[in-house]
Design a protein around this ligand. Structure first.
Ligand code: NCD
Ligand code: ZN
Length: 435
């Protein structure tokens, strides 16, 4: 593997920019120092005018593959990831077949090997405590509980949630929730307009209340995925102050889009939880900028274009290639500080999901690095996407800040619009979660 020196960039070290050089060899950050003090390298990467960050981490990605390869596969999904500056993504288990057993997890890991351009960790989903223990031993990063609909006939009542939290605690894993109360959503919707009415805010709030109650009882460690309501955020903050071990994530679409766009975009804008009225999206954006929502995640959920029409649209859309531009636009507009924005896609996910040796620019850490041009203005154009899902609810939006290059394990994988290396990403195995 060629050694690389990154020079002339603004390097993000300990939450601020420094004029420093980085020396990379054997897949690791070997030295961070003034450039004249770096050892010689095979390649000199000139990052003049660019920002150099620890590689971005996405804790909520649907890479699909297997029977859903027509929507996305490991190669296309992780290509989209590196094009979006992500060096690690955590893959959701609602695949076909779903990741509900050790056998399924091992199969999925085997299928991913040699086909991924960035590092990938895997979730498992189960309501059975002994399977949860086995999944943890087999290396799943965290557990996902879909409260709103059965995945492979796995459903969660309060007792099952409690059992999973106890098992997760023993294996020191985080339990992540899709928080919508199935009793309060109407699953028989046909059109995009009906979808919003069918997924009311109170369904999210009720599910969060249920999770909080059980987490307080079990002292479990929990995470609420794609938070979308002002009320839900309020609840989470109240109990966190009282000692409940709870975190949450926001997606770009719940921060930046609201339900008004459904009229214009129809099925294209359908997602779960849905895009909500402006008061909710404003609260989510404020929550991120105030540091109350510590993690930003994409919920990259690609579907085939023909599945996104107005009749019975599949929920979700691609987001790996749009997040960095959208987020840096907010930074450029001074609506989020660079410190909060970067922490939300590097150190915060790394520490909450206990991902070791990534998420910060430190000697001895893995050389996962994202180089961004903060001044580059561009328009979101799904025609340029690497994901198979060539559409976006942000289509045509002008943004400022673009990923220029992505380094994974010391290898320059993406540069200036092109994937330039083979798929050499690593599987990320879960280890003990810090309390
Ligand atoms: C996700 C998907 O398509 O897998 N869809 C979505 O609307 N968010 C499922 C999910 O994360 O809930
Ligand atoms: Zn979800």
């Amino acid at each position: 593997m060629r050694s690389i020196n990154i020079v002339n960039g603004k390097v993000w070290i300990s939450s601020k920019f420094a004029d420093a050089g980085i020396s990379i060899s054997n897949g690791m950050i070997q030295k961070i120092a003034k450039e004249y003090r770096l050892p010689d390298a095979d390649v000199k990467f000139d990052a003049r005018g660019k920002m150099v960050f620890p590689g971005f981490i996405d804790v909520h990605t649907h890479l699909r593959d297997a029977e859903y390869s027509y929507k996305e596969d490991f190669a296309s999904g992780t290509s989209a990831a590196v094009a979006g500056g992500f060096t690690t993504v955590l893959d959701m288990p609602n695949t076909s077949p779903p990741i509900t057993s050790v056998k399924a997890l091992r199969n999925r890991i085997q299928t991913a090997k040699g086909r991924i351009y960035c590092d990938v960790g895997f979730y498992g989903t189960t309501n059975n405590p002994s399977i949860a223990t086995e999944l943890a031993e087999a290396g799943c990063i965290a557990f996902k509980a879909y409260l709103h609909k059965a995945i492979d006939s796995i459903i969660f009542d309060s007792e099952k949630i409690e059992n999973l939290m106890v098992a997760a605690k023993k294996t020191r894993r985080l339990v992540c929730f899709h928080a919508e109360d199935p009793a309060l959503i109407n699953k028989n919707t046909r059109t995009a307009e009906e979808h919003l009415q069918a997924h009311p805010a109170k369904a999210e709030v009720s599910a969060i209340e249920q999770v909080i109650k059980i987490a307080s009882k079990t002292q479990g460690k929990v995470h609420i995925c794609h938070l979308s309501t002002r009320e839900g955020l309020k609840l989470i903050n109240e109990v966190r102050k009282l000692g409940t071990n709870i975190s949450c994530e926001a997606t770009p679409h719940h921060m930046l889009l609201n339900s008004a766009i459904i009229d214009e975009l129809g099925g294209m804008a359908v997602v779960e939880p849905p895009l909500r009225p402006p008061a909710d999206s404003a609260a989510i954006l404020e929550g991120v900028s105030a540091g109350l929502i510590p993690i930003i995640a994409t919920d990259h959920a690609p579907h085939a274009l023909k599945e996104k029409g107005n009749q019975n649209p599949r929920p979700g859309f691609p987001q790996l290639e749009t997040l960095a531009g959208l987020l840096f636009t907010l930074v450029n507009q001074e609506r989020i500080s660079v410190k909060r924005a970067i922490a939300a896609i590097t150190e915060n996910p790394a520490s909450r999901f206990n991902l070791s040796r990534i998420g910060a620019m430190k000697e001895g850490f893995k050389a996962n690095i994202t180089i961004l041009d903060p001044k580059k203005s561009w328009k979101i154009d799904s025609g340029t996407f690497y994901t198979k899902a060539k559409y976006s609810p942000f289509e045509g939006r002008s943004v400022r800040g673009k990923v220029f290059a992505t380094i994974v394990g010391g290898e320059l994988v993406y540069e200036n619009g092109e994937i330039i290396s083979k798929p050499k990403g690593d599987i990320v195995y879960g280890s003990e979660v810090r309390s």
